[in-house]
Design a protein around this ligand. Structure first.
Ligand code: FAD
Length: 476
């Protein structure tokens, strides 16, 4: 392989030769979606500024030990959380990594060679990615995007259609968010790519009696370590992967007993974990009632693990307040053509990372590549009416098959492969390699049979996948 910077420059030069127009693009967020977008936009020849309110790339993978102790349910969303101290990935690393930047155990900087590594290994991978492609120079750290205001009637230079909106992007230094408006500044951009993540506003179920319950109520967003639950009777609500993980972790941390949901997340290992039907009602005497009518007395704490994925969190775009290009209703962000472009503002407003129950990073790359090509004028979108019709048909198909509105962006049962293949086709790329899908499925199967130990079980085809991931990266 040529040295990294030469490789990056060569890829950039070859892609730029196809670009018709170079736009100034503001990217909101330097989490995985933001830095992956930045790279694709640069490759297509655009001028990129990434705004990141924290001081590092990585998004949720830039672990914070702190949480808001006055707001354990995370309703103020004042502290970025979601990742806990002992979190390990729920996907094998080879699958998570990008096709042209392998996340194998040998990547430079690797310190945790496990196939399902701890969160800080993912952070190292993302920092290595930003270094390799020299992206940090495009990121303005400590800057929060406060508002994006559409500007009509301005033409960008070159061949950009006059109907395309431009954007006034208002930012403020994140440290001064509590101060007055004086610190805000604004700049005009040709386009905005929203990559602000969707794991910072927890969605908390409202159950009867909840307000009067004397015990501790916490969303997994605020959970960091099992220590506060030592010797306690704990209810873990939700049986998604976070529910299963936290029940195990709290049990191993010395809780007296744990009543955990028994849904699709798989089986538990620890003796203290008692499988329980769904929680129905809280009571002021510290007891709770379950769906089968049984009652558990003296409950000390309840942890809401209502999903890693968007079922447990709310999509939120405060910087678009005052515009009506998208709304969020019951966790449907809409209308969005292909989960990316709001037809009325396309293509200069685009969203990366909305689908869930997917392999995130490779999909971010495909979405970003498509956006970058559309903005460059190398790929055309359908008309606004056609996109609106497409979204309406999509909603109708969800309704006809009984899919709840809040699952609009859920891509289970193979939907992500179809969607990714479609995106790749738009970009003129080959469809993704088959090994990734096979390994993803093998991992899902393994998790189903052993939810608490699957991370340390050997996955069939793991060595071949690591080899394939490396070869794929070399070819790229
Ligand atoms: P984020 O990581 O949330 O990053 C968004 C960034 O935008 C943040 O840095 C934030 O500070 C910034 N930002 C937000 N608003 C503004 C603003 N107004 N101005 C400036 N900056 C702003 N994925 C996997 O691939 N493997 C896993 O094993 C896995 N496990 C997970 C476990 C948990 C508990 C959770 C919650 C998620 C997990 N995920 C996993 C999914 C994970 O969310 C994605 O990997 C990825 O972090 C999403 O990237 P993102 O850039 O969309 O969002």
């Amino acid at each position: 392989l040529p040295p990294p910077s030469t490789r990056a420059a060569a890829v950039m030069a070859s892609s730029m030769s196809n670009a018709k127009q170079s736009l100034s693009v503001a990217v909101i967020g330097a989490g995985p979606a933001g830095i992956i977008s930045a790279r694709e936009l640069l490759l297509a020849g655009h001028r990129v500024t990434v705004f990141e309110r924290s001081s590092k790339v990585g998004g949720i993978w830039d672990y914070r030990e702190t949480f808001d102790e006055d707001d354990l349910l995370g309703q103020r969303a004042s502290v970025r959380g979601s990742v806990y101290a002992y979190l390990r990935t729920n996907l094998p690393r080879e699958v998570m990594g990008l096709p042209d930047f392998a996340f194998d155990s040998k990547f430079e900087g690797s310190r945790d060679a496990r196939q399902f590594p701890a969160h800080d290994e993912v952070q190292r991978y993302l920092e290595a990615f930003a270094d390799e492609f020299e992206l940090l120079q495009f990121v303005r750290f400590g800057m929060e995007v406060q508002r994006c205001v559409p500007v009509q009637g301005h033409r960008a230079e070159g061949t950009v259609p006059s109907t395309w909106l431009r954007w006034e992007v208002v930012t403020r230094p994140a440290a001064q968010l509590q101060d007055n408006e004086a610190a805000a500044s604004s700049e005009l951009y040709d386009a905005v790519v929203v990559a602000n993540g969707h794991y910072s506003r927890p969605r908390v179920p409202q159950l009867p009696g909840q307000a009067a319950f004397p015990g501790l109520l916490m969303h997994s967003h605020s959970y960091r370590r099992p220590d506060p639950f030592k010797g306690k009777t704990v209810v873990v609500l939700g049986a998604s992967s976070s529910g299963v993980d936290l029940a195990e972790e709290i049990a191993n941390g010395g809780a007296k007993n744990i009543h955990a949901g028994s849904g699709g997340g798989g089986s538990h290992d620890s003796d203290q974990i008692i499988k329980a039907p769904n929680l129905q009602e809280f009571h002021a005497d510290g007891s709770i009632t379950l769906a089968d009518g049984s009652r558990i007395a003296d409950v000390d704490a309840c942890v809401f693990c209502t999903g890693h994925c968007s079922a447990g969190y709310i999509y939120d775009f405060p910087f678009l307040a005052g515009t009506d290009f998208v709304t969020v209703e019951d966790n449907r962000v809409g209308p969005l053509y292909q989960h990316i472009f709001p037809p009325a503002a396309a293509p200069t407003l685009a969203f990366v990372g909305i689908p869930w129950k997917v392999i995130p990073f490779p999909q971010f790359q495909l979405q970003s590549r498509w956006i970058a090509k559309v903005l460059a004028g190398a790929v055309q979108l359908p008309s606004r009416q056609e996109m609106e019709q497409h979204v309406a048909d999509f909603y109708a198909s969800l309704k006809a098959t009984g899919v709840p509105v809040r699952y609009t962006h859920r891509q289970s049962d193979g939907m992500q492969w179809q969607y990714n293949a479609w995106l790749a086709e738009q970009c003129g790329d080959e469809p993704g390699a088959a090994w990734r899908e096979q390994m993803y499925k093998a991992c899902g199967q393994s998790r189903k049979t052993n939810a608490s130990k699957y991370r340390d079980a050997s996955l069939p085809g793991a060595e071949e996948a690591e080899q394939a991931a490396r070869e794929e990266a070399c070819r790229a």
